[in-house]
Design a protein around this ligand. Structure first.
Ligand SMILES: [Zn+2]
Length: 161
């Protein structure tokens, strides 16, 4: 079966950043519903159309094709007292209070001083050019439920959410 709209595709994949560092663990796999449902980078989906089990795709993703350009406005300096006592660089918070509370972003703590905490709402891979390599492991027809919901329901097509 070839990959087409309405098929569920299982991929073994590797993702590397612009410096060639591996972003995913070895043996990473994903399954997605093909046909523009937004479950995978559109450029990768495009490259996979018409492929079948055993075929491989290699796609370079510019920041715009992946996690977006780095937005300096998403770097915020917040008063220290807005955060819990115990925080450290690398911790993540959702929707840090500020003047853009409507934006439900994940902010990562990047710096801590006695008075301030610097948080960055950019995706950790924003601004990065990525290399995606995927190998097609399985292609099957999506179930009716999957088509209705627009996403994959696990290996056996069972609704688990
Ligand atoms: Zn569902």
């Amino acid at each position: 079966m070839r990959i087409d709209a309405g098929t569920v595709v299982t991929l073994a994949y590797e993702l590397h950043d612009g410096d060639g560092r591996s972003i995913e663990d070895e043996g990473a796999e994903l399954a997605y519903l093909h046909g523009g449902y937004g479950e995978i980078f559109p450029k990768v989906e495009e490259a996979l159309a018409g492929k079948q089990v055993g075929e491989v795709v290699s796609v370079t993703l510019e920041p715009d094709d992946a996690f977006g350009e780095y937005d300096a406005e998403l770097l915020r300096v917040e008063p220290r007292e807005r955060f819990p006592e115990e925080i450290e660089v690398g911790m993540r918070f959702e929707g840090v209070p500020g003047d853009r509370e409507d934006e439900a972003l994940i902010y990562t703590v990047t710096d801590i001083t006695p008075d301030t905490v610097v948080v960055d709402g950019n995706h950790p891979l924003a601004g990065e050019r990525l290399l995606f390599r995927g190998s097609v492991k399985d292609v099957r027809a999506a179930t009716r439920d999957e088509m209705t919901h627009g996403h994959v329901h696990g290996e056996l097509g069972i609704h688990t959410h």
